[in-house]
Design a protein around this ligand. Structure first.
Ligand SMILES: *Cc1c(COP(=O)(O)O)cnc(C)c1O
Length: 397
């Protein structure tokens, strides 16, 4: 099929829920993507913070191929070794005690919500508990995940959503305090807000919410789907703060492209939470995704990916700060590790489109942020190349 045919057929057959950029990617190598015409793109989006090792990684690919030949799926009625290995690695990396594997980030959020509700139900002997989530958050598109997503525009057509959700302001402890009562079972937020505009939690907010949760036996749920898996410079972004969640969600880079998510909890929560019959999934944690997660975590540990992120981050930040200083319509930079945003007063969708023409993949966040979420394996030369291309694009805005 020609590029034009692919785009035409996609628009005709696939439900129109995305306004896609007119690019058809064909293959990738390292931190570069190639379209069907062979044009090269430097990738600073990683398929939305997914492809941590970039493209064409031999070891990862070989592990997937070997598992495909051996066994892909059996259901959760039986045990399988790859997911058991993956679980052990994931728990060691997160210092959590129990994990449930899902097929996406959204499903991880669903599971986290159910776990928190069940915990409070067991504790109090009644249902009807509430969750405090944040304005400008993003947790997914299913009814449950959408109910805790603080974006009126996404929610409005689908009302009524799940009841019992209140929205506080991120990084504003007083606004969280004002929302809790004796029925609150959980406070939920992203350690670094992603889609909402790349806002890292403040140290005071993390500590304040943790203390609030401890004082009232409320569960702290941290959504690490985007900011986790080494991207921040620690395996999970909350590890920068010395504040441990009771429940944590992961996905995106967890499988580096194989669809998998997970929610984790402490033993204290697990004891009073989901029991046989309370939750399930047909695919979740099958041998194939188990092999992917096992290999991803093995490579991240062995290659000390978080050390590399810590090392390259100051350079990326410095280069982005220089770029921000150069243009008066770029009002600043926010972020953590290799999840960075440039706040831009020009239409950011147009910046992303122009960048693609220039051979650079960047994405947006919120209405005014250029989001950079490259593969975690980038080197200084890639930062330089990105800055050169983005500078070119901004210069012509
Ligand atoms: C992407 C994302 C989700 C949803 O994950 P899916 O895999 O798209 O279902 C939830 N929370 C955050 C923070 C995300 O970035």
């Amino acid at each position: 099929m020609s590029k034009e045919q692919i785009i035409e057929q996609a628009e005709e057959h696939i439900l129109h829920t995305y306004n896609r950029f007119p690019v058809v990617f064909d293959h990738g190598e390292g931190v570069y993507l190639y379209d069907t015409q062979g044009k090269q793109y430097l990738d600073f989006a990683a398929g939305i913070a997914v492809s941590a090792f970039g493209y064409g990684n031999q070891e990862y690919g070989d592990a997937l191929k070997a598992q495909i030949d051996r066994l892909i799926h059996t259901s959760n009625l039986y045990y399988n070794e790859p997911i058991v290995r993956a679980a052990a690695r994931a728990l060691a990396a997160s210092k959590m005690d129990r994990v449930f594997f899902t097929n996406s980030g959204t499903e991880a959020i669903e599971g986290a919500i159910k776990a928190a509700k069940k915990y409070a139900y067991t504790r109090d002997g009644h249902a009807g508990h509430e969750i405090v989530a944040m304005n400008h958050s993003f947790h997914g598109r299913s009814i449950g995940a959408l109910s805790v997503t603080g974006n009126k525009h996404y929610q409005e057509p689908f009302a009524p959503l799940m009841p019992g959700v209140k929205f506080a302001d991120f990084n504003d402890l007083e606004s969280v305090k004002a929302m809790i009562n004796e029925n609150t079972c959980a406070i939920l937020f992203e350690t670094v807000q992603g889609e909402g505009g790349i806002y890292p939690a403040s140290q005071a907010f993390m500590e304040g919410v943790r203390a609030l949760c401890d004082a009232h036996d409320i569960l702290l749920i941290l959504d690490e789907i985007q900011c986790g898996m080494g991207r921040s410079g620690e395996m999970f972004a909350w590890q920068h703060y010395g504040v441990r969640p009771d429940i944590m969600t992961s996905a995106k880079a967890l499988g580096c492209g194989v669809p998998v998510g997970a929610f984790f909890m402490t033993e204290r929560v697990a004891e009073k939470s989901l029991a046989p019959g309370d939750h399930g999934t047909t695919y979740g944690g099958n041998p194939f995704v188990g092999a992917a997660v096992d290999k991803v975590l093995e490579m991240m540990e062995r290659d000390r990916v978080t050390d590399h992120v810590k090392e390259i981050t100051p350079y990326l930040e410095q280069k982005l700060d220089e770029l921000a200083a150069k243009y008066d319509f770029i009002s600043g930079r926010r972020g953590m590790g290799l999840l960075q945003g440039l706040v831009c007063e020009k239409p950011v969708g147009a910046v992303a489109a122009k960048a693609l023409e220039r051979g650079l993949v960047v994405i947006t966040a919120g209405s005014d942020v250029i989001r950079l979420a490259p593969p975690l394996i980038i080197e200084r030369q890639h930062v330089d190349e990105m800055v050169e291309k983005l500078d070119d694009v901004l210069h012509n805005m």
